[in-house]
Design a protein around this ligand. Structure first.
Ligand code: DX5
Ligand code: ZN
Length: 216
């Protein structure tokens, strides 16, 4: 069964407390929190203050996805805000090895996200320093975009790399996940399914979360 991580990005921001409580009662495993800076991606969202407020209401693992330049500036702050997993972009981290070590040192799981054009092979030399690889299956910045089909191939390659290196990082898929691709992604080897629009724009988010959890 995949780990299901609803993305706050598509929630109703006027009712964040209700949305967090709804997720508490659901079969969601994680809460995916998208931090955007308007520079790395053409959109702005939220940062530490919202995350630390939500931390008080949520019982879920906080999976924080930083879409910001120089993410190493805020590692300690996101730990304090309540992040359990901190994911930085390969494309935004000049000293990725140092950043991954700093994330683990701060007591969090270290994630790396790859844009759709970034080959998974580029992670080969830091593979042992990674707890999670987030494959972007849309160009980051917005919810509700169309899933990029090339992602399946990237999952298969990552599974090979994981076997060859005898490591056990999780493979997360972020963007355009829905009932049409969830099972195929899981079969290919994806461990974590992030979903925003599919969950929060549905009539019954609790049931929609369940449909992802039991997609196999
Ligand atoms: C996109 C974000 C995603 C987004 C996914 O830049 O990283 O986490 O919320 O949303 P959907 O599932 O709507 O594509
Ligand atoms: Zn995300």
């Amino acid at each position: 069964m995949p780990i299901v991580a609803p993305s706050l990005l598509s929630a109703d921001f006027t009712r964040l407390a209700d949305e967090a409580k709804m997720l508490n009662t659901s079969e969601a495993d994680w809460f995916h929190l998208d931090v955007m800076d308007g520079i790395f991606v053409p959109n702005l969202t939220f940062g530490m203050p919202i995350i630390s407020q939500l931390r008080k209401l949520s019982t879920k693992t906080f999976d924080v996805h930083l879409m910001i330049v120089q993410p190493e500036r805020y590692i300690e702050e996101f730990k304090k805000a309540g992040a359990d997993i901190l994911t930085v972009h390969y494309e935004a981290s000049t000293h990725l090895h140092r950043t991954l070590h700093a994330i683990r040192q701060a007591g969090m799981k270290a994630g790396v996200a790859l844009n759709p054009h970034t080959p998974v092979q580029l992670l080969e030399d830091v593979i042992e320093d990674i707890d999670l690889v987030c494959l972007m299956s849309v160009n980051p910045g917005f919810g509700g975009q169309k899933f990029i089909e090339n992602t399946y191939k990237k999952v298969l390659k990552l599974v090979d790399m994981r076997n060859d290196s005898q490591t056990n990082f999780l493979i997360e898929i972020d963007g355009g996940v829905n009932q049409l691709n969830a099972a195929k992604l899981t079969d290919a080897g994806a461990d974590v399914l992030v979903a925003g629009n599919f969950i929060f724009s549905s009539n019954n988010p609790i049931e929609t979360i369940k449909s992802l959890k039991y997609c196999r």
